[in-house]
Ligand binder design. Sequence first.
Ligand code: NAD
Length: 520
Amino acid sequence: MRDVLASLGLADVNPGGFDGEWFGSGPVLEVTSPIRGERIGAVRQVTRGEYDRIVDRAAQAFHSWRMTPAPQRGEVVRRLGDALRAKKKALGALVTLEMGKIAAEGEGEVQEMIDICDFACGLSRQLYGLTMHSERPRHRMYEQWHPLGVVGIISAFNFPVAVWAWNSALAAVCGDATIWKPAPKTPLTAVASIRIAEAVCRESGVDPAIFSLAMGTVEDVGEPMLADRRIPLISATGSCRLGYRVAEVVGKRLGRSILELGGNNAIIVTSYADLDLATRAIVFGAVGTAGQRCTSTRRVIVHRSIEKELTRRLIAAYRSVRIGDPRAADTLMGPLVGPDSLRVMQAAIAELRHQGGEVRYGGEPLTGPEYAGGAYVTPCIASARNDMQVVQQETFAPILYLIPYGGAARPADHDTLVREMHEAIGIQNDVPQGLSSAIFTHHVVEAEEFLAHSGSDCGIANVNIGTSGAEIGGAFGGEKETGGGRESGSDAWRQYMRRQTNTLNWGFALPLAQGIRFDV
Ligand code: NAD
């Protein structure tokens, strides 16, 4: 552990504020690992006054950064990607230590940071605007994209570093400065990431305040950030409760926000599914990261004709999941992030039983000496109905609800197949959240019904791939209570810029649009 911390430049107690200098004189936040409950280190958070200083400095950094040509900004982000490549093992190990996800996923998260840096570097030469044909003679119309300003990034514990990279790499090539408020459970990975970015900026002769850090409490940093008119865009990742608060406060000042909130993701498994593929995808989606991904599979909507067989396969697969220290190479499921998460999971299972659901496998805390100090649990499979209150909500833990649909046999005709598909889609959509969804089928009609306008209402809809593990190239995010935000690939970059429409008259007359005459 000490080697990992040292290689990332972390001390025992670390300042939680960075604006080109490191400081912090607020409350000390002790950081314990979910693996054994042992102390990893501490962060001295910033005060309200220090937060103000960080915003002022970031705004100053923005003013020069926005005039740096975009491809040069891209070059700095490319170097950031290279620096992350060099630190991938160490930073991945710290993610595992601080958050509890298995080593492969910890390193995978750093790989996402590297991928988005590569993507953003290419993007820095592609911040395209359109040109339009003016209705007036000798006029030209076009639009250009300008840097926006200071972007506030609020991140959740479960992707402690990738979410910052998705936002800050794009924001940086767009010419913005960012201020990051990490989750209180994972401040050390944040300090380590900003230290890497700082070194890259210094080597590149760039003001390192373009990647600022404000680790502080919700009172000293979180809430002031939402209300701060110096910050035109807040990108918030977390629970739906957080999203409602951001929408309220940022909306009140007519600021922009990107909301990346909770999911309640389902996989539909039809009678035409390849059950081998479906089983593997469900287990990865529901058990991976101990069910603590926004895209974790929470519901399986299974055709009655295969319900028994799929349940049998899932239980067999769940029995073989190796649970334990996430640093061990053969572990597939580590601990929950803390004892509170375990309590929430137990309460959800009790509620499920109360509402008439049945636990088919797991859901028990693990108590042997190898689990001491951590919140380890067997992942749970349960039979449920979609309209149960507990199924309608996101419980951030590995509970998988099995919900049957359709008839006892594979549909015998086209009308039945379509009707049953609509039933499954109706169940899938009948939750408040709309993040990720998937269908397993080799029947083209079922797949297309799922992808049609009347199909899945989620931001992500996959065929023969599970709900979690998105690539950075696509726009990531979801609808309804998931918040409607999109991050990462595709054209998500546009949110970090302001669009300007320009009309240019190169003639000697002043014709008005819509043919209006206004002669003086
Ligand atoms: P959380 O909502 O408890 O906290 C998220 C962040 O918001 C933390 O940094 C927290 O300090 C901050 N925060 C809380 N209240 C605030 C306020 N009033 N003002 C400003 N900041 C405030 O979420 P969590 O437990 O850390 O993470 C789990 C949740 O995040 C799940 O619901 C999960 O689905 C969601 N999540 C969504 C995505 C996505 O992209 N859609 C990705 C990861 C996690």
